[in-house]
Every structure is written in structure tokens, then in C-alpha cells.
Design a protein around this ligand. Structure first.
Ligand code: UDP
Ligand code: MG
Length: 139
């Protein structure tokens, strides 16, 4: 099977709690190769654009406040079946529903502050990766 790419963010709550190392270790141990990565912070405009699909949802203002309140780790990951396998690795949006051993089960506090983002399609992985990384930052 051809390798594919997905995009992830370790969200502000995960960074605040000191979980960068543990989460990256789990990602690497699960067979994902890091092909781009940086510590960065989203502006309000960045978060509103990145999550534009959710702008009519009641949680949107809270989501933008959360995602901009501190640094995140943004990364592009490569693996066979990357998008689906990474969604499996992170677990359900609500950690209460996430399977044992998933990143959200281990590190997320709530459906809002859920530690990690994972793209939901190959198309969105490409859009989200390009949002955060120039061509020369991707290996
Ligand atoms: N979110 C929230 N409340 C909800 C649903 C989602 O605060 O009821 C936040 C949460 O941080 C989630 C993000 O909005 O990760 C995007 O929601 P989506 O449904 O796309 O979940 P995901 O794809 O991240 O699992
Ligand atoms: Mg989503």
C-alpha cells in the first residue's frame, strides 16, 4: 500500500500538562514517521479559519479560545493508511467514549479539551498540513 500523510496538533491542554514527549513517543511507536513538526501558537484568525467548518456550532467560540490560549505542536505524519489509523490511535472526540489505550483516553480531559487533533480525510490532511507548513518545512 502507498504511504499517506495526516496532520496532527498536540493541543494547548496537552502542551500545558507536559505531555508532548509521551504523546510523540506513542505516535512514533505506532509506526508514524514525523515529516514536519513545530511548536507554534494559533492566532484567533488562524483558529477561526482552521475550524471554519464548525463556525455555526455552539461550541465554536469556546473552541477558538481554547485553541489559541497557548502553544501547540503541529506535525505532519506519514504511514500506510495514515488518516484512518491515526483517528484510531487518538480515539473518539469525547474521551469518555474513547477506547482504552488511545491518546484521548490517556490524556484528554473532556470533549472540548481533548489533547490532540487528527485530520478526518486525505483531502483535509493536505489542506491542514499546508495551512501550517510551507513546502520546505515538509520532508
Ligand atoms: N468540540 C467541542 N465540543 C463538542 C465537539 C467538539 O468543544 O461538542 C471541539 C473538540 O476540541 C474537537 C473539535 O471541537 O476536537 C473539533 O470537533 P470534531 O467534531 O471535528 O472532533 P474531532 O474531529 O477533533 O474528533
Ligand atoms: Mg474533526
Amino acid at each position: 500500500m502507498a504511504t499517506h500523510r495526516t496532520f496532527t496538533m498536540l493541543k494547548p491542554d496537552a502542551v500545558e500538562k507536559g505531555h508532548i514527549g509521551a504523546i510523540l513517543e506513542k505516535i512514533s511507536a505506532s509506526g508514524f514517521k514525523i515529516v514536519a513538526m513545530k511548536l507554534t501558537q494559533m492566532t484567533q484568525a488562524d483558529a477561526e479559519t482552521f475550524y471554519a467548518i464548525h463556525k455555526e456550532r455552539p461550541f465554536f467560540p469556546e473552541l477558538v479560545t481554547y485553541m489559541t490560549r497557548g502553544p501547540i505542536v503541529a506535525a505532519i505524519l506519514e504511514k500506510e493508511n495514515a488518516v484512518a489509523d491515526f483517528r484510531t490511535l487518538i480515539g473518539a472526540t469525547n474521551p469518555a467514549d474513547a477506547a482504552d489505550g488511545t491518546i484521548r483516553k490517556l490524556y484528554a480531559a473532556s470533549i472540548s479539551e481533548n489533547a490532540v487533533h487528527g485530520s478526518d480525510s486525505d483531502e483535509n490532511a493536505a489542506i491542514e498540513g499546508a495551512f501550517h507548513f510551507s513546502g520546505r518545512e515538509q520532508f
